[in-house]
Ligand binder design. Structure first.
Ligand code: AOS
Ligand code: ZN
Ligand code: ZN
Ligand code: ZN
Length: 426
């Protein structure tokens, strides 16, 4: 499955005029207000988000899994799906692999396929939350934190193997997310579990190539419901600091207790130069992994406001690994990802409309009302014509979702792959 450039051009043809009208109107208005429209549009075109390999099939819940049909059943097909997303959105220029779900059987062939579709390999994810086939030790009671040295060593070795796999593909980061924790009070010694985790991470860190990063993801609960070893950004930051300069905190939007001020966390981590990566999704209750922007788009915008500020003012913080970590079981996964990519771009574009000088002046005057007006003025702007322009300038579709439907991609995938295919993942 591969979308040809001409198909997208033909599809765009009929909406071109109405796009131009709405773009000109908006660009004119925003330029008068002092915004650099071509600068914003080119930043939008440059912004690339990695697609998680595990989101290309319909996600499961612990109760069931319902295929959306035509799912990719191997890594080649997953890359092809991302190629479809990238052709339409021009924003999905990377993939984040999960090992062992995505071990390549032929590295050269996978690289060639990804290169041809202009897809890079972003952070690779290790998996010590499931027992692997034929493994000597079990992760039932934890991995890097386990009281058993043999289990810890197995988990450390797995992470080193993942680095090795990623290295062959051109990845430059390892994401570590641990399910380690306890379900009942007294089950674990908190200090021992934390110290074991730190020591294990240091062993992994020692195997990290010089130009790699280690991204330490945190999450307050699930699958453990009493305690999680890396429960929050504080724990993650301590562990990253304990490893060294190449270790950073990774923020997954769904990994916070209700009403946490995520934008503030993001902001302070950037100040400290320790924000390494992002898992975008949305949630109503917990780690719901819903489509980005589907529940709390204003919160997403406020997060982007801090990210934009950080990108402009915090040279001490490295470029971020932008990734989506969303999946569920009622939408076509590719349509879902298109919606997520659009929501990310929209929040980014709106955040770039915040006049940081005006905002600073209002803050210095303690003009609270004006501060809110500045933020909400940007938020209320319909920036979709800017997104369209960014896509158009790089060969993408004016409306990726409509193009996906009008090109009937899902049915092509079904006829190519068959109906009852299952993508690896959760
Ligand atoms: C788990 O909750 C985390 O979000 C991880 O990023 C995990 O590796 C990913 O969701 C795949 O299961
Ligand atoms: Zn995540
Ligand atoms: Zn998660
Ligand atoms: Zn999640």
């Amino acid at each position: 499955m591969k979308i040809q450039k001409q198909q997208v051009l033909d599809y765009n043809e009929k909406s071109l005029k109405s796009h131009e009208e709405s773009f000109d109107f908006l660009a004119n208005k925003l330029s008068k207000e002092g915004h650099d429209i071509s600068g914003i549009v080119s930043k939008l075109s440059d912004f690339q988000v990695a697609i998680p390999s595990w989101a290309l099939g319909a996600g499961g819940t612990r109760f069931g899994r319902f295929s959306f049909y035509g799912e990719p059943s191997n890594l080649e097909q997953k890359i092809e799906d991302i190629g479809v997303l990238h052709s339409l959105t021009q924003t999905a220029g990377a993939v984040s692999l999960h090992i062992p779900w995505d071990i390549p059987s032929d590295y050269a062939a996978i690289k060639e396929k990804a290169d041809a579709l202009n897809i890079k390999f972003d952070a690779v994810n290790s998996n010590t939350f499931q027992d692997q086939k034929d493994a000597a030790e079990t992760y039932k009671y934890g991995s890097l934190s386990n009281i058993s040295k043999a289990v810890r060593e197995q988990a450390i070795q797995h992470n080193l193997d993942v680095i090795n796999i990623g290295d062959k593909l051109g990845s430059k980061a390892l994401t570590v997310w641990l399910a380690d924790g306890s379900c009942f009070p007294g089950q674990n010694n908190f200090q021992t579990a934390f110290q074991n985790t730190q020591d294990s991470l240091i062993d992994i860190y020692k195997g990290l190539p010089d130009d790699w990063k280690m991204l330490v993801e945190y999450k307050p609960y699930e699958p453990n419901f009493y305690s999680t070893v890396i429960q929050d950004w504080g724990a993650s930051l301590m562990l990253a600091n304990g490893c060294g300069d190449k270790a950073y905190t990774l923020v997954d939007l769904g990994h916070h207790l209700p009403n946490s001020n995520i934008e503030q966390i993001v902001s302070i981590l950037q100040l400290k130069g320790k924000l390494g990566g992002f898992h975008f999704n949305d949630s109503k209750y917990g780690d719901d992994d819903l489509t980005v922007g589907s529940i709390k788009p204003y919160a997403l915008f406020l997060i982007f406001n801090e990210l934009v500020y950080g990108m402009q003012n915090n040279p001490q913080n490295p470029d971020l690994a932008w990734m989506i970590d969303a999946s569920h079981n009622v939408k076509d996964p590719l349509e879902d990802l298109i919606q997520s990519l659009e929501a990310i771009q929209e929040a980014y574009a709106k955040a770039m409309l915040i006049d940081q000088n005006d905002l600073k002046a209002a803050q210095l005057n303690n003009d609270v009302v004006r501060c809110q007006e500045i933020l909400q003025g940007a938020y209320r702007t319909d920036v979709r014509p800017l997104l369209e322009k960014a896509r158009l300038s790089t060969g993408g579709a004016l409306s990726p979702i409509n193009a996906y439907r009008s090109l009937d991609i899902r049915n092509s995938l079904i006829s190519e792959r068959g109906k009852h295919t299952i993508a690896t993942g959760l």
